[in-house]
Design a protein around this ligand. Structure first.
Ligand code: ACO
Length: 325
């Protein structure tokens, strides 16, 4: 039985429409909503985000990212024994995005399901896939984060609509005799569901409650800086590593202030933090695999590097993982 799982390939996808803060501010001004590039950059670090058109879905983006990750791993879709998609913006109530992507890839047989842990979803999905691979239940697993948050944004709410973007990222996790995924730590506090939620549901053929994302930004900010340092230290301790061992921190890309604050508390130099929030905004469960794939393809992250993933999201959910790439 294999002892470990390793990342054997990465991929990502972004929808074509890249929107600058100035373009978004001009569009919002036509609705009487006042915002600016200066406010958005100073509070969040975001300069651009990609928006999918209404006909482009998280399955479309997830499929593209998955195909690129398979290519990078040198594998075919039929080699995959497990597909997990982390998403809060699935195409359908059911079937899962994982099943829909499996169908697009033209294969059958492998287990396929979605994980719903909002912005922490990719770390959750990676930890689950690692268990499957290490236990011998799957030789190769596709782990995908895919989101179209623009479809659930209220463009009359400037406190949220400037923060998010669309995209997908994927990794192939493969059985290995040498260590790859070293440790993960996952947590949730459902008592704080109200501070970040999209409360709508379908009932009787209608949407009951709001279908738009709502967030108490300050409450999430306070929780984020509190939990991220702790969970990163927990995962590092489980992996028997220290912050000094981390070559690259690949955090959930929500806000540059949260990312650099967490790095500083851990004693990780900010130069070792992979930053794509300026280009992509917050793409929720897609943000870590998107940032990872960007850094792998740009040559920043190399084989043998030790990576720290960490994320917090609606639920609240939060988690961290330590990986030898
Ligand atoms: N443009 C201009 N002004 C704005 C905007 C905007 N887009 N949005 C809010 N403001 C105003 C507010 O109305 C407020 O004005 P007032 O002082 O006159 O009342 C002022 O700016 C300050 O607002 P704050 O909410 O205090 O701004 P803050 O510095 O807290 O930044 C932000 C807000 C960016 C949302 C921050 O709180 C944050 O990043 N929170 C964490 C979000 C996060 O990390 N989420 C991760 C999980 S996401 C997920 O799981 C889906």
């Amino acid at each position: 039985m294999p002892s470990y799982s390793r990342i054997s390939g990465t991929g990502s996808a972004l929808p074509g429409h890249k929107v600058s803060n100035d373009e978004l501010a001009a569009d919002l001004a036509t609705r009487g909503i006042d915002t600016s590039d200066a406010w958005i950059v100073s509070r969040t670090g975001i300069r651009f985000r990609h928006f999918a058109d209404p006909g482009t879905t998280s399955v479309d983006l997830g499929e593209q990212a998955a195909r690129r990750a398979l290519d990078a791993a040198g594998l075919q879709a039929q080699d995959i024994g497990l597909i997990i998609v982390a998403t809060s913006t699935p195409d359908m109530i059911f079937p899962s995005n994982a099943a829909l992507i499996q169908g697009r890839l033209g294969v059958a047989g492998a287990a396929a399901f979605d994980v719903q842990a909002v912005c922490a979803g990719f770390v959750y999905a990676l930890a689950v896939a690692d268990q499957f691979v290490r236990s011998g239940m799957a030789q190769h697993a596709l782990v995908i984060g895919a989101e179209v948050f623009s479809h659930i944004l209220d463009f009359n709410d400037r406190t949220t609509c400037v923060l998010f973007g669309d995209g997908a990222g994927a990794v192939v996790l493969s059985a290995s005799d040498t260590p790859g995924m070293l440790a993960a730590a996952l947590h949730a506090d459902g008592r704080q569901a109200d501070i970040l939620c999209t409360p709508g549901r379908v009932s009787g053929g209608e949407i009951a409650g709001s279908p738009f994302l709502k967030m108490d930004g300050q409450a999430v900010f306070k929780q984020a800086v509190h939990v991220l340092e702790d969970v990163a230290r927990e995962a590092l301790a489980k992996a028997q590593r220290t912050p000094e061992d981390v070559d690259w921190m690949v955090p959930h890309q929500a806000n540059i202030r949260i990312m650099t604050h967490t790095a500083k508390k851990l004693g990780i130099p900010v130069e070792k933090v992979v930053v794509t929030v300026d280009q992509h905004g917050n793409t929720s469960a897609a943000s870590i695999p998107l940032a990872l794939d960007s850094a792998v393809r740009s040559g920043q992250i190399r084989r043998g590097d030790t990576l720290l993933f960490e994320a917090v999201g609606g639920g609240l959910t939060w988690g961290a993982a330590v990986v030898d790439y």
